[in-house]
Design a protein around this ligand. Structure first.
Ligand code: BGC
Length: 797
């Protein structure tokens, strides 16, 4: 079992009909609110709205989380350690549940519309990946026999990050009389309270927003709030637009935590009443606090003029462009097809693209992990954007650059005289990990960021980024290894090795070890990359290099020192077994007693003290196996197979970041069944709630890992000597699959069917690449290159 928490995953599964471009709920499901609110969540990388109904969930509010979130908008609080120590993270930041502007209460005479009362005659809710609309269509009869039809639509604009819109249509079917529509902003919202599960979060549960100002004029109502500790201001505004042939009156109401516009309509049987509601959020993270209310007014005025239909059309156009670049198509497996598109859609909805925000472990769909950004971004999610929306990938790197000053400061706190250390988890650049053995000790975050910059440069050759931001990040973070590691003579060696002690690698079931293989191998890559950049810039961009060197006080001998440390890096290897050791001590530990561990004791982290876990040979997730993927060229196929065989036996996959990596290496070493099984465990992880905790938010790393599973796994995609290279296989379960890749300004489509692989240049002029070591090219004139899957037979079309 995986990330299970309170309920069993069986009790928390949704069965959606299989369809290619959406998810549909055909029956009102009264038990799974928390889960479906996550799955039906909408977002645009800035605003995230859980999929709660407009009227809320009145009877079972405890089973519902009416969350609205803004990427990067957080409250902070100091972390209280009963036993303190120097240098521990001091402040936690958590993504705040902000005022809820979705609220619409519907009243038919004296009865309130509530799906838990009366009778639901028909019901459907649909999330459409192509239109970006969340639609609910239902027929309902009240206890007193009044029937109505309701058709509501909601979108969170991709075009304007501050705006979302709703369209709400009510038709009285068997009565005429008074209908009231109460459209509100509810500021009495709370974050969830902490439980025992470290993955949920520890945010305080009380209200943290302090009201500064209220504005209600014409059809616009707005709150201006400020957070207590982080001092951020937020304007939440709505504008309502009622369209009906019936007569009506409207009034504005103000409560302490609620702003409301009430419409009282003399409804006529059969006549549609339509309310369009436009909502906006503006915060002081983007604009001066004093301008937030007027910005809200302007933005709402503009979208009100455009109208819901126009916003919906732009939303669809944005998504059409996204899918034209990024769609992954699979024939022969409808469940998988649905899962893959669901994942990509949620990634697009979750990712910050303003250079100031990033992508949280749970996106903007829930409060798990408190809205923090982790290494998940660089290693699991970044490649998806790099190859599908490179401009967003750059924004993710710009986010890291923005917080380089905080990373420098953190390095000083951690006793490093120079360099920068990125936080393990954060929103605003400050280390928020209160449990350092599985947090700050994961120094590999520095190398993960450098790795993504290297990948970015390979895929885009964007020198502007390297010169203005990338090089500075890579060099400053590389310096940290020099302060962290030291040279020593390891037993059995006749020369000194560069050793890095007291770190935690990706596997969080093994903490504070010496020479974690992954960390050291990635640090080696990082140091070499940094030294290469110095050489390249010195030779080709002398002036900019001199400026950078002066800015960061780079010494003449630093690059050579990096090179030497990389060349002498300790990389634990066990000759007898022919495997890479996860760290210096891993193989000496007692193997976890898997045979006698009951299923319900997984994930181990919820059932055993960390020390019990740490002293055993047991992995939460891919560690050495991840190095086999990221540093692919450094290992032979036999190495990979032996490592895979060994680590598979001791890995629980308790982390959702694990199975995708095992799938990719299994595909590479020829274990096709395993590759498929691990892939399936990743691809529908949230849709099937297989880790049992999707109600706290989707797992964005696994979503990115799904794309990696196709591209890196089944298609064997790697970058070799600056070129894309493929080694595709087709799982027997599928008829074909197809995906696209942006590379150096070109867009390539790869289709693999039972007999052939077809490479097609969709955009650009020419691209050279490799297919199983064979050099191929597609050009504008000869856009398709078809090659037999089994023999190296090339057919040009
Ligand atoms: C994993 C980490 C990951 C974090 C956030 C943990 O369970 O072990 O590798 O960064 O979740 O997704």
């Amino acid at each position: 079992m995986k990330d299970d928490t309170v309920q069993t995953s069986d009790a928390l599964q949704h069965q959606f009909p299989l369809e290619g471009w959406g998810i549909t709920e055909n029956q009102l499901d009264d038990w799974h609110h928390l889960l479906s609110e996550t799955l039906f969540a909408l977002g645009n990388g800035y605003i995230g709205l859980r999929g709660t109904a407009e009227e809320g969930n009145q009877r079972t509010a405890a089973d519902s989380l009416n969350g609205s979130y803004l990427n990067g908008f957080y409250e902070s609080e100091s972390i209280q350690y009963p036993e303190n120590a120097y240098g521990l993270a001091r402040t936690n930041q958590f993504m705040l549940n902000v005022p809820n502007a979705k609220c619409l209460t519907l009243m038919l005479e004296d009865e309130t519309f509530d799906l838990q009362q009366g009778r639901v005659d028909s019901y459907q809710r649909h999330l459409d990946f192509r239109t970006g609309l969340l639609t609910r269509t239902l027929q309902w009869t009240s206890d007193q026999g009044r029937s109505l039809r309701l058709h509501s639509q909601r979108l969170v604009s991709f075009e304007n990050k501050h705006v979302y819109a709703m369209s709400y249509e009510v038709t009285p079917l068997n009565f005429s009389g008074e209908i009231k529509l109460l459209s509100a902003i509810d500021a009495a919202v709370k974050n969830i309270t902490a439980g025992d599960d470290p993955r949920v979060g520890s945010a305080i549960s009380g209200p943290v927003l302090h009201k500064l100002e209220v504005k209600q004029e014409n059809d616009i109502s707005a709150f201006l709030h400020r957070t207590h500790n982080s001092g951020l201001s937020l304007a939440t505004a709505m504008q309502n637009h009622l369209q009906t042939e019936s007569s009506y009156t409207s009034s504005l109401q103000q409560g302490d935590d609620k702003l409301e516009q009430q419409f009282t309509i003399r409804a006529v049987q059969g006549q549609i009443i339509k309310l369009d509601k436009f909502c906006s959020y503006f915060s002081s993270r983007d604009y001066p606090a004093a301008s937030l209310l007027s910005l809200s007014q302007q933005a709402l005025g503009k979208v009100r003029e455009q109208g819901f239909a126009q916003l919906a059309a732009s939303q669809q156009a944005y998504l059409a462009d996204f899918w034209a670049q990024a769609d992954v198509h699979i024939s022969g497996d409808a469940a998988l097809q649905q899962g893959i598109r669901f994942n990509m859609f949620h990634l697009l909805q979750s990712v910050g693209r303003d250079g100031k925000t990033n992508i949280a472990a749970k996106g903007l769909t829930g409060e798990g992990y408190e809205g923090h950004y982790f290494w998940d971004t660089e290693i699991y999610i970044f490649p998806f954007f790099l190859y599908n929306k490179p401009e967003i990938a750059r924004k993710l790197l710009e986010y890291r650059y923005q917080y380089l000053p905080q990373a420098r400061e953190r390095a000083r706190q951690m006793s490093h005289a120079s360099g920068a250390l990125y936080p393990w988890r954060t929103i605003d650049g400050e280390e928020c990990s209160a449990y350092f053995p599985a947090g700050t000790a994961q120094y590999h975050i520095n190398a993960d960021i450098a790795y993504s910059i290297k990948l970015y440069m390979d895929a885009t050759a964007d020198m502007d980024f390297l010169l203005t931001q990338g090089a500075e990040i890579v060099l400053e973070t590389a310096r940290l290894w020099m302060g962290l590691g030291h040279y020593t003579r390891l037993p059995g060696h006749d020369t000194d090795s560069f050793c890095i002690n007291e770190v935690t690698g990706p596997d969080e079931y093994t903490a504070q070890v010496n020479n974690n293989y992954y960390t050291n191998a990635m640090a080696q890559m990082h140091l070499r990359f940094a030294a290469d950049i110095v050489r390249q810039l010195q030779a080709e961009h002398t002036e900019q290099f001199a400026e950078l060197a002066a800015k960061i006080h780079l010494q003449a001998d630093e690059a050579n020192a990096w090179q030497r440390a990389a060349d002498l890096m300790a990389l634990p290897y066990n000759k007898e077994r022919g495997i890479h050791e996860q760290d210096d001590s891993f193989l000496n530990k007692k193997v976890w007693d898997f045979a006698n561990t009951p299923k319900e004791n997984y994930p181990l982290l919820l059932n055993y003290h960390p020390l019990v876990i740490y002293r055993h040979q047991v992995c939460k997730q891919a560690d050495v196996v991840l190095a086999l993927l990221l540093l692919s060229d450094q290992f032979s196929l036999d190495d990979k197979r032996r490592d895979f065989d060994f680590y598979e036996k001791v890995t629980t996959h308790d982390s959702s970041l694990s199975t995708c990596i095992f799938s990719i290496i299994a595909a590479e070493v020829g274990y096709q069944d395993k590759a498929y099984d691990y892939f399936m465990q990743t691809a529908r992880l949230d849709l099937d709630n297989t880790h049992g905790n999707t109600h706290y938010g989707v797992h964005t790393a696994a979503m990115g890992g799904t794309w990696l599973g196709i591209a890196y796994g089944f298609a064997g995609m790697r970058i070799k000597k600056g070129q894309l290279s493929f080694a595709p296989v087709l799982p027997v379960q599928w008829q074909d699959y197809q995906f696209r890749v942006h590379f150096q300004g070109q867009l390539l489509e790869i289709t693999v069917n039972q007999t052939h692989v077809e490479y097609r240049l969709l955009r650009g002029t020419a691209l050279q690449f490799q297919h199983r070591g064979q050099s191929l090219q597609v050009t504008e004139q000869q856009a398709i290159c078809k090659i037999s899957l089994h023999q190296a037979e090339l057919i040009h079309a």
